[in-house]
Write a new protein. Structure first.
Length: 365
């Protein structure tokens, strides 16, 4: 019979985590709690573990340690898949996409593990947010092979398969009771970049819709003048180009936002900015400012700054985003700040922003 450990009864869960890692390194299978039920886990780098999963003939997922590893194992994953991974992981979400045993780090896995995770030219990957499962994954040498165990708080019979395949069962009754009906969401990405929600679970479809979008961000200083005008104007122009309403842009794969390097939360757009947009048939009255946080800048696909100093300030802390952060003006000039000026200054600023936006639209659609 498997050894069963109840997390609520241990003094230090780190001891349990290290015990699970050791078992996995020896080729044993371990049952571990996840955000949605339990998984049966094995070390992907251990040949015997791969053979046991291969023999089961069920869907096997490759559990990665962090979202940025997905490109190593799925080097041809389309941008929509990369966005969903970046924005929804760690979490109860499985990404399934075309894969080859000869591509990426998959080629370094034992043959049995490659055969277990790749079925019909597809591979499923996941990054967990559960404190035990994620820590076991991080401490293990290489990724883990996992498959879900259908179990709820009222159905934890460890005497039947597949529980009996595990040498160690780590039981988390508290989490199981609160997530008894939760399931992982499964998203299929095809080679053209289109995605389909094969199963909606703990990650709702509306979140997936937003996560798959190309995020275009406009940035200035206070997020009350230039960047709100750029955001609202671009949303309007992009909708015109795509022949849809601004409200339907997320359905067409685009999310438009703005932020400020020195902005507070919740400030309205300036009166003059609201008036400039009103003249163009755009309502800016509902705008509220937000700061450019690390979390936000890491999610962007394109960021257009009003000045070179804004761009340099962003790249000073995020140099890896140099190809995603550009100055709005194609000629590299700054868009001057109209704050403190009159309506003429705001009118000139709005006109300049609109001209720059028209030029960059061709790069996007």
């Amino acid at each position: 019979m498997p050894e069963v450990v109840e997390l609520r009864e241990v003094t230090d869960r780190r001891d349990v985590i290290h015990r699970a890692v050791q078992r996995l390194s020896l080729g044993d299978l371990v049952a571990l709690p996840s955000e949605a039920g339990y998984v049966l886990a094995g070390a992907a780098l251990v040949e015997t573990a791969g053979r046991r999963f291969q023999a089961a003939g069920e869907m096997v997922t490759l559990l990665l340690r962090a979202a940025d590893e997905v490109a190593d194992f799925l080097p041809h994953l389309p941008k929509a898949g990369l966005r969903i991974a970046r924005r929804c992981w760690p979490g109860p979400l499985v990404l399934r996409a075309p894969a080859s045993a000869a591509n990426g780090f998959v080629a370094a896995l034992p043959e049995s593990s490659r055969a277990a995770v790749i079925a019909n030219g597809q591979m499923a990957v996941r990054v967990s947010s559960h404190p035990v499962l994620s820590e076991v994954a991080k401490l293990s040498r290489g990724p883990l092979l996992i498959r879900e165990i259908e179990a709820s708080a009222k159905n934890l019979d460890f005497t039947v398969a597949p529980w009996t395949a595990a040498a160690l069962i780590v039981k988390d009754s508290a989490a199981t009771e609160s997530n008894a009906d939760a399931r992982t969401s499964i998203v299929q990405i095809n080679s053209q970049g289109a995605w389909t929600a094969e199963r909606i679970g703990a990650t709702p479809e509306n979140r997936l819709q937003v996560a798959a979008c190309e995020l275009i961000l406009f940035c200035c200083t206070g997020n009350t003048c230039r960047s709100p005008m750029a955001e609202s104007l671009f949303r309007h122009l992009l909708a015109e180009r795509l022949k849809c309403s601004p409200e339907d842009l997320t359905k067409r794969g685009f999310l438009v936002a703005s932020a400020g390097l020195a902005a507070d939360y919740g400030s309205p757009a300036s009166h003059e900015s609201v008036e400039m947009m009103k003249r163009r048939g755009i309502d800016l009255r509902s705008h509220t400012s937000q700061p450019l946080t690390d979390r936000l800048i890491e999610q962007i696909d394109r960021c257009y700054t009003m000045t070179n100093s804004h761009r340099l300030a962003i790249l000073d802390s995020h140099p890896e985003l140099a190809d995603r952060v550009q100055v709005l003006a194609r000629d590299g000039r700054d868009v001057s700040d109209p704050i403190g000026g009159g309506m003429n200054e705001y009118a000139a600023c709005a006109t300049s922003i609109e001209q720059h936006l028209t030029r960059i639209l061709d790069d996007i659609v």
